[in-house]
Design a protein around this ligand. Structure first.
Ligand code: HEC
Ligand code: HEC
Ligand code: HEC
Ligand code: HEC
Ligand code: HEC
Ligand code: HEC
Ligand code: HEC
Ligand code: HEC
Length: 241
């Protein structure tokens, strides 16, 4: 009984809190919402910037009739400068910047107002990513099990590593596959007592490239088992194996 009461009070308090935040934009009798009623619908995530009012980002131009006159309402700043007025620009800059971030297309991935997906995303990853990236590359016969989840190997905005990875290929792969750090999974024991190279050794086919995990495994999906790029991978570099 006591537990039910506690649960009930908890429920009441949270729903009160929720109703305060959910109607933040509405609270001040926002005149914009008389017509833009979609802002009244409950959603999972509301951008905190909405608490400051529509005019934080939208400027009403005096003596214009909205919505009849074109340009009656404009953004207070160009994109992506608008976003950077509150979110530190430096976080979106690095050696390698994701093309839509570089071009200021933040709204290609984020709804500036509200969303049913975390982080105000317009869709849940990986579907979000397939809006611009060809799904077929990730959808071959053998799929790396983690692809169906969030694309957690990549930084979404910018990175100091190639391919927007959060670390080097070797580091990213071995963060999960720790046992594969040494090359003894390629050949269990070499006659010389050495291990087979899996990282940081020049690729015999192209000395400018280094061997790493993705030399022998496609990180996303492949027609061949174990995510091999070819059916007989040893033949890529050796005549006799
Ligand atoms: C009298 C009804 C009405 C009111 C009040 C209203 N709007 Fe609109 N607004 C519309 C209609 C209709 C459109 C065009 C259809 C659409 O895009 O939804 C529109 C379009 C817009 C657009 C996109 C097109 C453009 O002109 O840039 C923005 C941004 C916008 N409104 C912001 C606002 C803001 C901010 C307020 C409050 C200051 C506001 N509106 C108040 C009816 C209204
Ligand atoms: C954090 C900044 C920000 C705030 C705060 C904000 N907007 Fe916007 N809004 C934008 C941006 C950016 C776009 C342009 C989206 C695009 O080009 O894809 C936009 C577009 C719109 C549009 C047209 C496209 C659409 O989504 O329908 C309307 C209508 C609109 N805003 C209304 C509002 C209203 C009403 C409020 C206040 C409740 C508001 N906005 C608050 C940033 C903001
Ligand atoms: C007026 C200040 C302001 C502006 C302008 C602004 N934001 Fe925000 N934004 C915030 C605040 C405050 C938060 C909540 C605190 C935080 O997570 O940093 C937030 C959070 C977010 C989040 C995380 C949401 C979550 O669920 O954690 C995203 C994504 C975001 N903003 C994207 C944008 C984009 C894209 C733009 C440009 C269209 C933009 N913001 C412009 C103030 C702003
Ligand atoms: C390619 C899609 C994409 C684009 C384009 C994009 N974002 Fe994001 N953003 C994401 C994803 C996905 C997350 C969630 C990351 C996570 O969960 O670790 C995120 C998270 C965020 C966050 C909250 C976490 C944090 O890092 O503070 C903010 C704020 C944000 N983005 C702002 C922006 C701004 C501003 C732009 C434009 C300069 C932008 N985003 C462009 C996909 C994108
Ligand atoms: C609005 C379009 C758009 C969205 C959405 C988008 N991307 Fe991109 N992305 C691009 C463009 C354009 C490029 C540059 C051309 C290319 O490499 O395909 C790119 C490049 C990349 C690269 C670099 C490729 C390389 O080999 O260097 C990675 C990694 C990437 N995107 C991952 C993602 C992930 C993960 C998501 C989902 C969270 C995502 N992208 C969503 C447009 C987008
Ligand atoms: C977030 C954790 C994670 C990361 C990071 C990760 N993997 Fe995996 N990987 C898995 C899981 C889970 C499986 C499925 C279970 C298993 O076979 O261990 C898997 C399976 C595999 C398989 C076997 C697939 C098959 O069809 O037999 C290969 C090969 C593989 N990963 C290689 C890689 C490579 C190369 C990288 C780096 C580009 C990498 N993984 C990064 C979690 C991860
Ligand atoms: C020179 C080629 C080569 C390189 C480089 C390589 N692998 Fe492998 N990998 C293989 C071969 C061959 C197998 C199959 C071995 C077996 O059947 O036990 C394999 C199997 C795997 C598997 C297990 C697949 C399964 O069926 O569960 C994982 C996971 C894996 N490798 C991860 C990695 C990681 C992580 C790296 C980088 C540290 C890496 N590989 C580098 C050739 C390579
Ligand atoms: C991407 C190229 C590449 C692939 C694929 C590859 N190897 Fe190697 N392998 C090397 C390199 C580089 C060495 C080191 C040669 C040295 O130390 O002189 C090596 C060394 C070896 C050695 C030690 C003896 C020798 O020839 O030097 C054996 C045995 C071997 N690999 C077997 C295999 C087998 C079996 C496979 C398939 C499962 C395979 N390798 C796939 C590049 C590759």
């Amino acid at each position: 009984m006591k537990r039910t009461l506690v649960t009930l009070i908890f429920f009441l308090v949270t729903s009160l809190l929720l109703s305060v935040t959910a109607s933040a934009a509405e609270k001040k009798n926002n005149p914009c919402l008389e017509c833009h009623v979609e802002f009244r619908k409950p959603v999972k995530i509301e951008h905190r910037a909405l608490n400051l009012g529509c005019e934080t980002c939208h400027m009403k131009i005096e003596a214009k009739d909205h919505p009849r006159d074109k340009d009656s309402i404009r953004l207070t700043q160009e994109m992506p400068g608008l976003c950077f007025s509150c979110h530190k620009k430096s976080k979106f800059q690095n050696k390698d910047i994701h093309a839509p971030v570089a071009s200021g297309n933040c709204t290609g991935c984020h709804n500036p107002h509200r969303s049913d997906f975390d982080m105000l995303l317009v869709k849940e990853p990986p579907d979000l990513c397939y809006a611009c990236h060809n799904r077929e590359k990730f959808n071959k016969k053998y799929v790396h099990q983690i692809i169906t989840r969030r694309c957690s190997c990549h930084n979404q905005h910018a990175s100091e590593n190639p391919h927007l990875l959060y670390a080097s290929v070797f580091q990213v792969c071995t963060d999960c596959h720790r046992a594969r750090k040494s090359g003894n999974h390629v050949v269990s024991s070499l006659p010389s007592g050495k291990v087979h190279p899996v990282d940081g050794v020049p690729d015999p086919r192209d000395a400018k490239k280094m061997i790493t995990c993705t030399t022998c495994h496609n990180p996303h999906s492949s027609e061949y088992h174990k995510l091999f790029p070819k059916p007989r991978i040893c033949k890529m570099c050796h005549k006799f194996y």
